[in-house]
Write a protein that binds this ligand. Structure first.
Ligand code: NAD
Ligand code: UGA
Length: 426
């Protein structure tokens, strides 16, 4: 059992805190959001994430997990402190380190003697040094331990990671951080801080590259009469390619791929390398939003002006309530800019909230969202959509066009109900 402090209780910090408590460590989590801390101490999870509520309740019940306001209050007894604060995109595309620096400054004096501070936030190469410089604590070691969890499966990803990466010049500190994960027996890669930080950006950029590649092949499939889903099964069986992360879609999004790709472009430029490949990956993704918007426009008869578009799905993927950098919102903004009216349903979005354009009419029912619509666009892969009967939609919708941006629906069933069904890459 190690005494841990977690700074920031967002998607990464809260998952890290409850999972380390589940593994038997003594965990104090801190946030600046007073309401959030109060709710968490009552066992109320503020985000949609499978199993978080269960593990939060377990930690509170066992008494080895608690929440406090302010970073300094959390660290006084901690042997190891995890920084899990945001690293948003700065004005020039680089990662904005101000939250990491502020949190480091807040804990500097309160840290126990010879504590270890761990960067779990996604930070550019050299950030370990930045934290050391802010802390001004020669007795404290700073370690990089990037996080690879996905939203929607954060707890499972944390407890069953493909690998744990630890970067530190000091081997004893690296081993102490790696040992926190002993109970789940992961593959551990111990390396220098610059390599650990680069591994995180390289992994996200590679995954984004894979998806832009899939969506580009999907565009070719449409031109040559191939079916991208079959093409991906065909290439995915090749072990060198792998079958995961090959689903075509309306473009990739989420809080990290966009900002991390742009941060890596910035890192590359500073390192003297023009990363044209990654610029292309981002450009292909922006084109994908345009391509899906065009499919909807064609379904509406060639113009979006005055058309009513029903959108199923607002979050950037299913099984989360996260709207940050959602492809659905990128496409909705294009629809609105071209004069469409948008009415939407998402299982986790009951009303307009930050991130959703104010002009969107939110429905609380999957079928009512399609009432009088000219086109239905499926932009997030929620199961609720897959199992909605096309006949129920046909009974209320004006048009008979479905643009299935996730290749989610049963095409034959929708065609049988009188709809044209346009997917991605087929
Ligand atoms: P988030 O916005 O969900 O949560 C950040 C939390 O930190 C917020 O609750 C905020 O109030 C709190 N905070 C900010 N400053 C603080 C301070 N000084 N003291 C205490 N609390 C403070 O962010 P996130 O999605 O969890 O991402 C955090 C980091 O992890 C980012 O660097 C991100 O790139 C990285 N990351 C995110 C994911 C993901 O799936 N979201 C996965 C891997 C890595
Ligand atoms: C991603 C990475 O997968 C994580 O390893 C990483 O830790 C995290 O970013 C991060 O650094 O924040 P996340 O953004 O939560 O995780 O979700 P993903 O499952 O990767 O999905 C990202 C986007 O790609 C979504 O818009 C999703 O719909 C899309 N996607 C994913 C596809 O279009 N097709 C796929 O086959 C997979």
């Amino acid at each position: 059992m190690t005494r841990l402090a977690i700074i920031g209780t967002g998607y990464v910090g809260l998952t890290t805190g409850v999972c380390f408590a589940h593994l038997g460590h003594d965990v104090v989590c801190a946030d600046v959001d007073v309401d959030k801390v109060a709710r968490l101490n009552r066992g109320e999870v503020s985000i949609v994430e499978h199993r978080l509520d269960e593990l939060l309740a377990e930690g509170l019940r066992k008494g080895n997990l608690r929440f406090v306001v302010g970073a300094a209050a959390a660290v006084t007894d901690a042997e190891i402190v995890f920084l899990c604060v945001p690293t948003p995109q700065g004005e020039d595309g680089s990662a904005d380190l101000s939250y990491v620096e502020a949190a480091s400054a807040q804990i500097a004096k309160a840290l126990a003697y010879e504590a270890i501070v761990v960067n779990k936030s996604t930070v550019p190469v050299g950030s370990t040094r930045v934290v050391e410089r802010v802390l001004q604590r020669p007795d404290v070691r700073v370690v990089s331990n990037p996080e690879f969890l996905r939203e929607g499966s954060a707890v499972d990803d944390f407890l069953k990671p493909d690998r744990v990466v630890v970067g530190c010049e000091d081997n004893a500190a690296a081993v102490a951080v790696a040992a926190l994960y002993d109970a789940i027996r992961p593959h551990v890669i111990i390396t220098d801080p610059a390599s650990a930080e680069t591994i995180k950006y390289a992994a996200n950029a590679f995954l984004a590259t894979k998806l832009s590649f899939v969506n580009a092949i999907a565009a070719i499939c449409e031109g040559v009469g191939a079916d991208v889903d079959d093409v991906m099964v065909g290439i995915g069986y090749d072990k060198r390619i792998g079958s995961e992360f090959l689903r075509p879609g309306p473009g990739w999004g989420g809080s990290c791929f966009g900002k991390d790709s742009r941060a890596l472009l910035n890192i590359a430029t500073n390192a003297g390398y023009r990363f044209d490949l990654l610029s292309g990956v981002i450009a292909v993704n922006d084109e994908q939003f345009d391509r899906v918007t065009d499919k909807i426009r064609v379904g509406a008869g060639g113009s979006l002006k005055g058309a009513t578009i029903a959108v199923w799905g607002l979050t950037f993927k299913a099984r989360t309530d996260d709207l940050r950098d959602s492809p659905s919102i990128s496409i909705i903004n294009r629809l609105l800019a071209q004069g469409a009216r948008v009415q939407a349903f998402d299982p986790t979005v009951a009303a307009i909230k930050p991130g959703v354009p104010a002009d969107v009419v939110i429905h609380e029912n999957v079928v009512s969202a399609t009432a009088d619509a000219d086109v239905l666009a499926v932009l997030t892969e929620w199961d609720d959509f897959r199992w909605t009967a096309p006949a129920d939609v046909a009974a209320v919708m004006k048009g008979r066009h479905v643009v299935d941006g996730r290749n989610l629906l049963d095409r034959a069933a929708w065609q049988h109900a009188g709809f044209t069904h346009v997917g991605i890459g087929r």
